[in-house]
Design a protein around this ligand. Sequence first.
Ligand code: MG
Length: 368
Amino acid sequence: MKIESIEVYRVAMPVIYPFRTAYGDGHVIESVLVKMCSQGLEGWGEATPWDSPLYSPEWAGGVFSLVRDWLAPQLLGQEISSGDVLQDRLAFFKGNPFAKASLDLAWWDLEAKIKEMPLWRMLGGQEDTVEVGADFGVMETIPQLVETIQEAVDAGFPRVKLKFRPGWDLEMVRSVRQAFPDLVFHVDCNSGYHLEEAEIFLALDELNLAMIEQPLRHDDLLDHAQLQTRIKTPICLDESITSLERACQAIDIGACHWINLKPGRVGGITVACQILQEAERREISCWVGGMLESAIGSYHCIALATLPNMKYPADIFPSKRFYKKDLGFPEIELSGTAQVKALPFPGIGCVPDKRQLENLVVESHFLS
Ligand code: MG
């Protein structure tokens, strides 16, 4: 397809209540949307790096500028025949996977619309239904957390993920395990610890967790590999996996048994699919994570989550969990107790609600 125009939007989406992690408390989720046009059709992509460089070195304001000034001009007017061609055109610029992902996702939505296929089917998804888990941030008290987990268990969620940060750590996990002896759950440390604090993870070994997500530095592989030799609970890497090469290196040195795959963090659907294939070849399993995207980004995540070798319920939430009104339409809804469904329409099947986009946009730019 020849890329005829690209529009980029930075949006600020207020959440119903703050999501509390090792990075702090987020009240507004900043995201970057890309609309890519060809042959009278439009594709939508979204990258959600948040408003400040806390999760990774990227942030929405920077992603917006980079897409506008450097990345989108590389694609405009060009014949882009595949995700690989798109990635090659952008590879000249170092790093910045979220910025690259916003364009890569838009290209995939557009390509699937041109081919008149649902994206999940075009990627090779087997079933339209994706199993999701329940996630809980830091709460005021442990009894409040236990009560909330009980609701998730009663609702039939197959697994629970808990944020874990200094002050909300071992005692919290011990209490949860005591209350729920058979619960499948894991903790996400959001890179809040150092190798010198390995004792805390040795103690977690007693508590039969499904995995420990990103315990150490956001860009580390070596210390994670060392930690994994000392603990038996599998390590899952999230922040550290930013490209296919990093994923292969992490697996080769034994830094992880699991990869939390987020299309934004690795540069797009193209790279996420490459990582998934490579992980499968090396007998490492993946599951799909999320960044509290709008329904646009979430439907991309759902498409990815329909692929084989996704072995753990995804972090994909119904729109109502965090947003009064989602920026994308249709909104994400739970199907049954703990499932979401990919849509049967061409592409991701979801577009921005025009009025909601107007309400939430901070800045936008049109290139043609
Ligand atoms: Mg994580």
